[in-house]
Design a protein around this ligand. Structure first.
Ligand code: T46
Length: 143
């Protein structure tokens, strides 16, 4: 299982602006099957509160900032995303909570699978049970 990690995007900056690039195999370890974005998050609202059985994702703060707290059932780690030039790779069996959205923040997400409700753990206790069965999680030992 690949540990969550911050991935630096390929940057092309010149006098007329900047392009950040993500390519399958080169920057992320999965084929992109789906793109979605999160925007218009009201002040103080939180998102997430679920984990995925198989899904891999790259989450980018395309504009503004927000926090993602990752929990593999054994450890918790918080990342603040505020740079459109980096993405947070999140693999399967990681509970995530998205909080502290700045005004106007936009999250862009690249996903390895089509939308499947059956891939979600939306019940934390069920997630914890399965994570405990699987043994130490991807957050363990990734430095
Ligand atoms: C994740 C975090 C970062 C769809 O129909 N298709 C989709 O591809 C997505 C992502 C959502 N939806 C529907 C399902 C719900 O009726 O949109 C509604 C809101 O989805 P959800 O409550 O899951 O949104 P978030 O922001 O809590 O979570 C999303 C992703 O679902 C999740 O995989 O990791 O963003």
């Amino acid at each position: 299982m690949i540990a969550p990690q911050i991935i630096k995007l390929e940057e092309h900056r010149d006098e007329v602006g900047c392009i950040f690039v993500v390519e399958t195999s080169q920057h992320i370890p999965f084929e992109v099957k789906r793109y979605y974005s999160i925007s218009d998050v009201p002040d103080g609202a939180d998102r997430g509160s679920h984990a995925h059985r198989r899904l891999e994702q790259l989450v980018i703060a395309a504009y503004g900032s927000f926090d993602i707290t990752l929990d593999d059932g054994f450890e918790r780690r918080r990342h603040r995303l505020s740079d459109p030039g980096v993405g947070l790779y999140i693999g399967p069996m990681i509970w995530r909570d998205l909080t502290n959205f700045s005004s106007g923040a936009v999250a862009v997400v690249l996903a390895s699978r089509h939308y499947e409700e059956s891939d979600y753990y939306r019940d934390y206790d069920e997630f914890l049970r399965d994570a405990a069965r699987a043994g130490r999680g991807p957050l363990s030992g990734d430095g």
